[in-house]
Unconditional design. Structure first.
Length: 221
């Protein structure tokens, strides 16, 4: 497993550097962004599922499962809940596949479903004042014995900084900085306007810049 931390900083804005993009990405072999890219095969699988061939759905599950679990975990911060939400999302998508528009990519649809389910869980926990979510590593990230100590420490710093943000800033920041979705994609997934997404991200970026200023030597205001 390799921990990759990408940090991109914009040019000076009113003096100090602005933290423009900071992502913590965990890769293992051909995980996540290296998913099968044959769009025509995906469309054939979707068409087959619509015709009643349940076995064709296995392709869609195998293609998107890791990303869906990662999205869920970024919101609910609990490995077991994230896995359950991913399963629930795929079941819901399967049950409503007849409403899926032919020719559209499956990814944005399943991402939107799992995001909504995960946000519902967070709202439920908040409503009933349940125990604060703990910083629990997902199964795919638990075995970090082979990671360099500094990389692991840096990842924990970044993760803790994002986790300390207010709820929707945290959700938007994780979807943008970690999962690398665009503003329009996040808006579609969360039901927020694109302007609101940009506002949450701007506020989150400012707070992350302050809390992680030592990572890029920005100590002057």
């Amino acid at each position: 497993m390799e921990l990759v931390v990408d940090r991109f900083f914009a040019g000076p804005v009113n003096g100090p550097l602005v933290l423009d993009r900071l992502s913590w990405v965990v890769t293992a072999g051909s995980e996540r962004l290296q998913q099968p890219g044959d769009d025509s095969f995906e469309q054939r699988a979707i068409d087959a599922v619509k015709r009643g061939d349940a076995s064709a759905y296995d392709y869609l599950v195998s293609k998107y499962m890791k990303r869906v679990v990662s999205i869920a975990w970024g919101i609910v911060r609990n490995a077991h809940d994230a896995e359950d939400l991913a399963q629930e999302a795929f079941v819901k998508a399967y049950q409503t596949i007849g409403r899926f528009k032919t020719g559209q990519p499956f990814g944005p649809w399943i991402y939107r479903i799992v995001t909504n389910l995960a946000l519902d869980v967070v709202k439920h926990r908040k409503r009933f004042r349940q125990e604060e979510l703990r910083d629990v590593e997902p199964a795919a990230r638990r075995d970090e014995a082979d990671l360099p100590a500094r990389a692991n420490e840096l990842g924990e710093r970044i993760d803790a900084a994002i986790e300390s943000l207010p709820e929707m800033q945290r959700v938007v920041a994780r979807l943008y900085l970690v999962e690398e979705f665009g503003h329009a994609e996040i808006a579609a997934m969360t039901g927020l306007s694109e302007g609101t997404v940009r506002s949450h991200l701007s506020l989150a970026r400012g707070k992350l810049k302050e809390r992680l200023s030592d990572l890029h030597g920005d100590s002057h205001e």
